[in-house]
Design a protein around this ligand. Structure first.
Ligand SMILES: C[S@@+](CC[C@H](N)C(=O)[O-])C[C@H]1O[C@@H](n2cnc3c(N)ncnc32)[C@H](O)[C@@H]1O
Length: 206
């Protein structure tokens, strides 16, 4: 087994490790800006009412959440969002779908990775969709298209409308059957990067 990147024979895996995993995060100025947005959101005590369309929360008992709590428990961790940013960059993905917007923080990472890409982010809860939309406007982001509807209704429809799917991040309704269903829908669209599987694994992390 290879002990360092230099012992790896596959050109793809070598490129993946040296250009993506070993690349220093300090070199992305966007990460500093996005960390500041995260910091501001984690101080935001606005309460919003959640409409749950997914597998529910293991942390929260009622449907009222502070934005600060959602940063802690309902949003991808900084290290993962930075990894997705780099994956989008590495794969030069143009058509990106995120299932589960929450407060919109991770969608910002995907959008800032490649300004020529389009991020379609789907969120069932109207209050979360409203909050995220405002965040995108405030950040002057033009390449995010937010769809406020259930994955079940909006995802198949979206797949019919977009020319191709390069990158799929399944991050909502974390149960086995639904995750598999979204995965199969993505496969039917002939997803162009192999990261669908990786995303699915991360998607089922909870
Ligand atoms: C874990 S959060 C998404 C976090 C976001 N991707 C991030 O990384 O910051 C999951 C979101 O998916 C939404 N959701 C879950 N199941 C859904 C469904 N079936 N249709 C639409 N939205 C759903 C929830 O309302 C929740 O906001």
């Amino acid at each position: 087994m290879a002990k360092s990147a230099h012992g790896i024979h596959s050109p793809f895996v070598y490129k993946f490790i040296t250009e993506l995993l070993e690349f220093h995060n300090e070199d992305y100025y966007q990460f500093t800006e996005l960390a500041e947005v995260r910091k501001q959101l984690s101080k935001n005590n606005t309460v919003i009412e959640i409409t749950d369309f997914g597998a529910g929360s293991k942390v929260f008992k009622d449907n009222k959440r502070k934005i600060s709590e959602l940063v802690k428990h309902g949003t991808s961790k900084r290290k993962f969002s930075e990894l997705y940013f780099k994956l989008v960059n590495f794969t030069d993905s143009q058509f990106i779908v995120e299932l589960g917007t929450s407060i919109g923080l991770n969608a910002l990472y995907l959008a800032k990775s490649n300004s020529k890409s389009t991020i379609y982010t789907l969120e069932g809860c109207p209050e979360l969709a409203k909050f995220s939309k405002k965040l995108f406007e405030k950040q002057n982001i033009k390449n995010i298209y937010l769809i406020n509807d259930t994955f079940e209704k909006a995802f198949p429809k979206l797949l019919n409308e977009i020319p191709k799917l390069d990158f799929l991040y399944v991050d909502g309704n974390h149960n086995y059957e639904s995750t598999l269903k979204y995965f199969k829908l993505g496969l039917e669209k002939n997803i162009t990067t192999p990261f669908l599987c990786l995303m699915i694994l991360i998607g089922t992390r909870k």
